[in-house]
Structure formats: C-alpha cells, structure tokens
Design a binder for this molecule. Structure first.
Ligand code: ZN
Length: 327
C-alpha cells in the first residue's frame, strides 16, 4: 500500500541506516560511491572509466600523503590509530581501509515481544486450559485454547512457533532484543492474561502476537487485530499504527487481506485478553485461514512461513523507525 514511512523494506531500512552511519573520516568519505550506496548511479557514456579511476586516486593520494607525514613525524602507529582505527596503514591495508564503514543495526537498543499463539503441549491439560482468567475488561475467559489446524492436521501452534523463530532471527540481525512468550513448542505455555502482561514486564517497545485463523473454508487472507476501544494510551494510536504498519508490510509483500473478516486487513476487537492487558503497543496477526485449502499449503510450508516472517519483521522495523522514542 502506502509507500514512505511504512513502505520501507528491511533492505531499504538497512541501507538507510548504513548511509546514516557513514563516518565523516577523510578516507571513508573519499571511498567510491559503491562503498556507501547499495546501488551506484547509472553510469552514462559521458563518464566511463576515467571518472572511476579519478575517484580512487583521491583516497590513494590521501593515504600516500598521510604515510609521508607519518614517516617524517616518526609516529606511524599514532597516525594509523587516529586515521583509520585499527586497520594498519600498509599497501594491503589501503584497500581494506576503503571498505564501507560498519553500519549501526536499525533496531539497536529496542526490545520486541513476540507471542507465538497457543502452546504445543496442550494434550491432557483441558482443565488448565479452561481455567478462567481475567480478560482485561472486567470479565473472565479461558486460560487459552488449543488453536486451529489445517484439514491435513498441521497445527496452528506449530505455525506460530515457526514464524516466531524466523521473526526473532531477522529482528536479532537488526540489533533488536527479542523476547518470546513461550520457550518451546512442546510444553504448556502461559495463559492469555499472563501473555498480555509480558510486554511491560520485558520492557518491550511493542508486542506482536502471531496466529492463524480457522475461518470459513471459502475465505482467505490475513487480518491484523488491534485493541478497540483502547484501555490505555499504548493501546490507542500506537497500537493502531502498529497494526497498520504490519498490514501494509504484509500487503506490500503480495499477501491478500482477508476476504471474510475485518476491513482492509484490519479488525478492532475488545474480547482478547492478550491485547486488553497490554501496557505497550500491541497487535495480533491472523496470518491466514488454515481451513482454506490453498492458503493451508502456504501456512504449512517453510517458504510460506518465511514469507510471513519477513513481512512481519518489515512491519515491526517500520513502526520502530517511525517511533524512535520508547513508550
Ligand atoms: Zn490462534
């Protein structure tokens, strides 16, 4: 959908961070455009190789000058240290000194809580699952449910667990500290009220709950749920913006919005304890309909799960990028 703040891909965001992190050190600044820009400008026939050679002459001349100055001053180690960090100033090091500077990961200093919906080890725990817990709006509801499954028997809890692992890995590479609401896909995880309180407990910037739906077989597509009406400030605009960022990223990746529930891939709900009890921005994603034969194939496959995870990660990073201050 909309490009701009919420339309950035992970790659574009990483490139933006790399550009922002480019140091103004003389040698780094004199590096050829390819060292900073992921896509060099299209070279026209008017400026072929001579221009490229000239670009390399500047840093080489700079290094030569620094070397001469260093030798005369008799202080080569000090010059090396201040000019290009730990890279030795030698003929071979001159090349490595022209490599792009290390970029600061986009999500550095941020914390995200991922909730893989349901639990793996529900067998034999009916009483615990049915235990009534606070729903966050003055009532109670069951601790949790087993979740749905595809007609072929692929369970929702396994889908949410797999996607959560992908998302955790992708976010971690961007410097984000990631917490999960459950530790494995074999034991009985926490109830929904406990999950709802976790975002504040781990001091998360945001929380995303991952699910897949069990809708009418003819229906398909994803929808993102946000708390409505909000019970606190975090559940208001920030949560709606998070749901929108996730919706945009999923839609931009080519996934269809739900044909059977919500509006344009969004749905406000008041009956979900995991959302009602959150003191931090939160959204829940129903990635698709496990009861739809075609979508069940996507939901059950490694490639499909990786695709959902990539889009979810992009949505999370877009929201973080647009909300630089915590809470
Ligand atoms: Zn679910």
């Amino acid at each position: 959908m909309a490009q701009g703040m919420f339309g950035l891909t992970v790659g574009a965001l990483a490139a933006k961070a790399a550009r922002t992190a480019a140091t103004p050190a003389p040698i780094a600044a004199a590096a050829p455009p390819t060292a900073v820009e992921p896509t060099p400008p299209t070279r026209t026939t008017h400026q072929p190789k001579p221009r490229r050679r000239a670009q390399w002459l500047v840093p080489l001349a700079t290094i030569l000058l620094l070397t001469i100055v260093s030798v005369r001053a008799g202080a080569i180690p000090q010059i090396q240290s201040s000019a290009i960090g730990t890279t030795p100033l030698s003929n071979s090091a001159a090349v490595s000194g022209l490599e792009p500077p290390a970029s600061v990961p986009l999500g550095t200093g941020r914390t995200v809580l991922i909730d893989p919906g349901h639990s793996g080890g529900t067998a034999g725990h009916a009483a615990e699952l049915n235990r009534q817990v606070p729903d966050g709006r003055g009532g109670t509801k069951a601790c949790n449910t087993t979740g749905t499954q595809t007609d072929a028997g692929y369970p929702e809890h396994q889908f949410t667990w797999q996607v959560a692992q992908h998302v955790r890995q992708l976010l971690t590479t961007q410097g984000v500290r990631v917490a999960l609401t459950r530790n494995d896909d074999t034991s009985l995880g926490p109830c929904v009220d406990e999950r709802g309180q976790m975002p504040a407990k781990v001091n998360a910037d945001l929380a995303v709950s991952i699910h897949a739906d069990g809708g009418p077989p003819a229906g398909y597509g994803f929808h993102v749920i946000y708390p409505k009406p909000p019970r606190n400030a975090a559940q208001g605009t920030p949560s709606l913006e998070l749901a929108t960022a996730l919706r945009d990223a999923l839609h931009d990746s080519g996934l269809p919005t739900s044909t059977y529930i919500g509006e344009n891939g969004l749905n406000g709900r008041a009956d979900l304890a995991g959302l009602n009890l959150s003191a931090r921005p939160i959204a829940m994603i129903e990635c698709g309909n496990m009861r739809n034969a075609a979508e069940a194939i996507t939901l059950s496959s490694d490639a499909g799960q990786a695709r959902y995870a990539q889009a979810i990660t992009t949505g999370i990073l877009n929201w973080l990028n647009g909300h630089p201050t915590n809470h």
